[in-house]
Design a protein around this ligand. Sequence first.
Ligand code: 4HQ
Length: 262
Amino acid sequence: MDFTVLTIFPEMFDLFWQHGIIVKAAAKGQLRAGVFNIRDFARDKHQVTDDRPYGGGSGMVMKPEPLAEAIRSARLQSPKSRTVLLSPQGRTLDQKQAQAFASSEGLILICGRYEGIDERINQSFIDEEISIGDYVLMGGELAAMVLMEAVARLIPGVLGNEDSAQTDSFAGNLLEHPHFTRPPVFEGEAVPEVLRSGNHKAIDQWRLEMSLIRTFLKRPDLLKAKRLSRQDIDILKKWCHDIENIIEAQSSSDTDSLSGSG
Ligand code: 4HQ
């Protein structure tokens, strides 16, 4: 993987490049990361990167010439990389998109500031527009870091624990089961007995049930999109039966409860 960031605030990435997952991947030779300061590509004396918008209005627009020069340099260095603009107008980043980026050769990430970049850059230089969510940031830098972190951890061999990227939330369209560590009782709350039983089959079953119920309650959209396994279906059907039994027990023992206050 080859990450090249284009920004007028390269120092925003100083700590990020020292971050665990990036350092690990770079040390293993699976990642090359670099940053270009767009200002270095401005040809005028004051190295101006922004200008007033045609048509008037408030705010500034990023000038096309320094951006174009910066993108051309980045492409010379990383000819196989795709050029991605971080923008609220892009397709929203999700785990599937992160997977697709992780198996690509590399990304040139354009971070806009102010009101955005001159539209002609968008038309002729950008392969893909990506948003990290429906809210407004001051610039694309944090969005670029979010994207890079989501992608870097999926590069094969980067995470120490090979299956943790696979069992994570979203990997199988299911939220994760709850996690517990010591102590066994914390402020009166005990760890579920099954997790301390040593019965790994029962633990796996419990975790799958918890994943399914959490996804149903918190993110039914994910459950709808999931291809259910035989085991998933059996668990969901068991709940349906359990709920039906509760309702039937109520209506046969106490019919009044259905017909209001009386
Ligand atoms: N911005 N996802 C404005 C974003 C954003 C987002 C980036 C704000 C670019 C010029 N980027 N600039 N949301 O809000 O990616």
